[in-house]
Design a protein around this ligand. Structure first.
Ligand code: FPP
Length: 247
């Protein structure tokens, strides 16, 4: 049974891992795994919305991914462009807002162009947002934010003495996004790999052995059910969170 809407995490973030292993297990080239991974992106984008999730962030390409063999990087960029071109009409039909986090200005021109078109065409949708982390890394994000913050201080727009998480976090790529409630990583790896390190400070984590190309709506539903069994305390104690303890 799907979880009831009130317990559904508002923002789910996923580290999509295992495309290469999925392909290897079948004696296929790694890019076949990525191709299948794109199919899962399609399925999970709609599944998350069906389940009541309002924002889905997918780690599609990390800063570190440039270090992969050049042909794999090229193939991933082509796949991304192909996917975005193919999905534009679907996003509009299904009222999916697209946005990105990461240094997208360093992506190939063709990818940047279709990203801009899609972001512009979907910016009025408010019910559901798909966030693609592209050329993203938390450490780079902090450096970019620190630079922008320092510039704002130098320009007199921020006061150094008033620095706080609330002011600094407005300079992160995620400034106007809620923090992820649930972070999922597929393929049995239990690392964060430089993904939303600051934003996930109070997130719940679900690690599943399922390889990304095999990940289904049922797996997402199971992760949400697992999330529902947890108690998020945000540094407080259990009794403080119970209605009886409320004023
Ligand atoms: C990890 O699998 C996955 C990636 C590096 C990128 C994820 C990309 C896609 C799902 C396709 C493109 C994305 C979109 C949004 C169109 P891996 O290659 O690290 O797997 P392995 O650890 O088994 O080698």
């Amino acid at each position: 049974m799907p979880p009831s809407a009130e317990n559904v995490p508002h923002h789910v973030a996923i580290i999509m891992d295992g495309n290469g292993r999925w392909a290897k297990q079948r004696g296929l080239p790694r890019i076949e795994g990525h191709r299948r991974g794109v199919e899962t992106v399609r399925t999970v984008t709609l599944a998350a919305r069906d389940l009541g999730v309002r924002m889905l962030t997918l780690y599609a390409f990390s800063i570190e991914n440039w270090k992969r063999p050049q042909d794999e990087v090229g193939a991933l960029m082509s796949l991304l462009e192909y996917y975005l071109k193919k999905e534009l009409d679907t996003f509009i039909r299904d009222r999916v807002r697209l946005r990105t986090i990461g240094r997208t200005e360093e992506l190939p021109a063709g990818v940047q162009k279709i990203l801009q078109t899609t972001i512009e065409a979907t910016k009025h949708f408010t019910d559901y947002t798909l966030v693609l982390a592209l050329n993203y890394g938390s450490r780079t994000e902090v450096v970019d934010a620190a630079r922008a913050y320092a510039a704002a201080v130098a320009a007199g727009k921020e006061k150094l003495n008033d620095s706080s998480w609330a002011t600094f976090s407005r300079y992160l790529y995620t400034a106007d996004m809620p923090e992820p409630d649930l972070v999922i990583r597929t393929s049995g790896e239990t690392r964060m790999s430089n993904f939303l390190l600051l934003q996930a400070a109070y997130s719940e984590f679900v690690f599943t052995p399922v390889l990304w190309p095999d990940f289904t709506k049922a797996d997402l539903s199971a992760a949400i059910a697992d999330y529902n069994r947890r108690e998020r305390r945000f540094g407080q104690i259990s009794e403080q969170l119970k209605p009886a303890a409320a004023k």
